[in-house]
Design a protein around this ligand. Structure first.
Ligand code: IMP
Ligand code: MG
Length: 179
């Protein structure tokens, strides 16, 4: 199948967005030291850039892993926590969950509910991208980078069938039989 990558956000666009998000977090977390929890794998480059833009000292960086869609471009329904975190990592901490894309909302809602059970002092969500067109569950995004159309996105850590994560920019993936 023929695939085409259509540029969406350049590395410079992404750097501007990430710097702005870091400023928002710095402003809100003055005198506090949050822990950042990335959702694997899609958030790994975003998280790496975000922490390098933060002035706020970070108490910890952790990751959780949830079940993904596999290689399909449509959601398969429920998400499951495949790799979680111990209660003592979360309890009484100021937690910022870091996600690549909020699409249906299932993954972030599952992750937020999972973290909430360990009673953090506070819990916020930072998402690079919001794709509101396909939302199934309402999600409050405290720090949002960019709103995207109902298209399949790749690059900057975000994959299609584990490919394209290494691209330094964001693209719309166009397939002849898709979209
Ligand atoms: P949700 O559970 O439907 O909100 O989906 C969240 C997850 O689906 C994200 O963490 C991504 O891994 C994946 N996802 C959603 N949209 C896209 C996309 O356009 N490209 C690649 N992955 C996506
Ligand atoms: Mg993901």
């Amino acid at each position: 199948m023929e695939t085409k990558l259509i540029p969406l956000l350049s590395p410079e666009d992404l750097a501007t967005i990430v710097a702005r998000l870091a400023q928002e977090i710095d402003r809100d977390y003055e005198n506090r030291s949050p822990i950042l929890i990335g959702i694997l794998k899609g958030s790994f480059i975003f998280l790496a850039d975000l922490v390098r833009n933060l002035q706020t000292p970070i108490a910890n960086i952790e990751f959780i892993r949830l079940s993904s869609y596999g290689s399909a471009t449509v959601s398969s329904g429920q998400a499951q926590v495949l790799a979680g975190l111990a209660e003592e990592v979360i309890k009484n901490q100021d937690v910022i969950l870091v996600e690549d894309i909020v699409d249906t909302g299932i993954t972030t809602t599952t992750a937020l509910d999972y973290l909430q059970q360990w009673q953090p002092n506070s819990l916020r969500l930072c998402a690079l991208l919001d794709k509101p067109a396909r939302r199934q569950i309402t999600v409050m995004i405290d720090y949002l980078g960019f709103t995207v159309p109902d298209r399949f996105i790749v690059g900057y850590g975000i994959d299609f069938a584990q490919q394209y994560r290494q691209l330094p920019a964001l693209y719309l993936l166009k397939e002849s039989s898709d979209y």
